[in-house]
Design a protein around this ligand. Structure first.
Ligand code: PMT
Length: 398
């Protein structure tokens, strides 16, 4: 999977910098080309010469050194790579990357690159557990960075706990998995729905729900990062559509979403419905703003079409249908019933009563249930990480 891939390795100043030498060696054995950027602090632990010899390429440290090999070094390095890996990643580099600080060659390159970025943290366990570090890791993960979690054990500082750099073999395996999965979605059309639909009452009022679009946008972003041709159909959302989409279709009502989804689903291999579609809409929409008076006001609601159920009835052989279930009670039972009733291959059940899960949160807590009865309990993590888990699960075998 790594044959011919170009990997930019950032080495930062921690005792685990010496293990990055083995990472380079393994990457090269797997067929990758590696270019190393070191922070000034990293050179206190391992010399540039070591990385130059092991990578077979010049090593960059200084922003201001005369450029010999590239036009503008941080830009050309950022564009040259297929993926960037920071190993070891200190708390400091992750804080800077989370904030977008660019004050040396590595941070500037990370800001300039658009390729997937992997961080393999390594530090003292208290630093790792610190809320600031955890928050920065979450920010990076939510933006799409891949975090290779540290191991637990005796650390160089004498402390015991999480913070030990993942083994070089695990780091290389994470990159291999990424490229393998990317290839499996290359050229595959994936249809994702996101956000809530809004159902008008009159020209200024509507019935809506609390869906922000974050879950659906994270799925679309992840599918695009894996090379899929992504069509995102979204209800109103404050979010910017992710880059790399084939098509973005903005809708308001369930009827509009139905029309777009049924049309696009005809040629989609995978359909994931993360949208919170209104089950009911006002039976009649007032042409003018409804005037307030002293009486009670009743609005008669009629049923909206169940888009996912229709998709389930029309499902083509080989098509994969994934639904979401937002529940406040009997999570597994209700989710399984929806999966059967709508003829789905998978359903992602979120208990929206749990803090940090469900509507308008950066994180989610879900169970991925498959038709064959399997359940993957996914702990609380960012919606982008959840999206990764979902694609890992539903990708068609090849
Ligand atoms: O957008 P966020 O703020 O990030 O929040 C994410 C989320 C909580 C909205 C998301 O994780 C989620 O659970 N989405 C589905 C919410 C929902 O409406 O669930 P449901 O149980 O009512 O519907 C079940 C499935 O049928 C869903 O896939 C839904 O898209 C689909 N459906 C529902 C009704 C309908 N008329 N047509 C449909 O297609």
């Amino acid at each position: 999977m790594l044959q011919g891939k170009k990997i930019l390795l950032g080495v930062t100043g921690g005792i685990a910098a010496y293990k990055a030498v083995e990472v380079v060696s393994r990457l090269r054995k797997a067929g990758a080309e590696v270019r190393v950027v070191m922070t000034r602090e990293a050179t206190e632990f391992v010399t540039e010469l070591t990385f130059r010899e092991i990578s077979g390429n010049p090593v960059t440290v200084d922003m201001w050194a005369p450029v010999q090999h590239w036009n503008v070094a941080h830009i050309s390095l950022a564009e040259w790579a297929d993926a960037a890996l920071v190993a070891p990643a200190t708390a400091n580099i992750m804080a800077k990357a989370a904030l977008g600080i660019a004050d040396d060659m590595l941070t500037t390159t990370l800001l300039a690159t658009t390729v997937p970025v992997f961080f393999a943290p390594a530090m003292n366990s208290n630093m790792y557990a610190h809320p600031a570090t955890q928050k920065n890791i979450n920010i990076l993960a939510e933006r799409g960075a891949h975090i290779i979690p540290p191991g637990t054990g005796k650390l160089a500082c004498g402390a015991e706990g999480p913070g030990r750099l993942a083994e070089p073999a695990e780091i290389v395996a994470a990159l291999e998995r990424f490229f393998a999965e990317g290839d499996r979605l290359a050229g595959v059309k994936v249809l994702v729905t996101a956000a809530g639909t809004i159902e008008p009452i009159d020209p200024v009022r509507y019935i809506g729900n609390r869906s922000s679009g974050r879950m659906g946008y994270a799925l679309a972003e992840e599918a695009a990062a894996r090379g899929a041709e992504v069509v995102l159909v979204s209800g109103p959302s404050a979010l910017q559509p992710p880059t790399g989409l084939k098509k973005f279709i903005s809708v308001e009502t369930a009827a509009e979403m139905r029309e777009a989804v049924l049309r696009e689903a005809e040629t989609s291999r995978i359909v994931i419905k993360a949208a919170a579609v209104a089950d009911y809409r006002p039976k009649s929409v007032s042409e003018h703003k409804i005037k307030k008076n002293d009486e009670e006001l009743s609005i008669i609601l009629e049923k909206n079409p169940d888009i996912l159920k229709e998709l389930g009835q029309k499902k083509r052989p080989g098509q994969i249908l994934v639904g979401f279930a937002a529940e406040t009670q009997n999570l597994l039972q209700y989710a399984r019933e929806k999966m059967e009733k709508k003829n789905l291959d998978f359903i992602v059940a979120n208990d929206v009563t749990k803090p940090g899960a469900g509507f308008n949160t950066a994180t989610n807590l879900v169970k991925i249930i498959s038709r064959d009865g399997g359940i993957e309990d996914v702990p609380m993590m960012t919606k982008r990480e959840i999206a990764k888990r979902i694609f890992d699960r539903v990708l068609p075998e090849q």
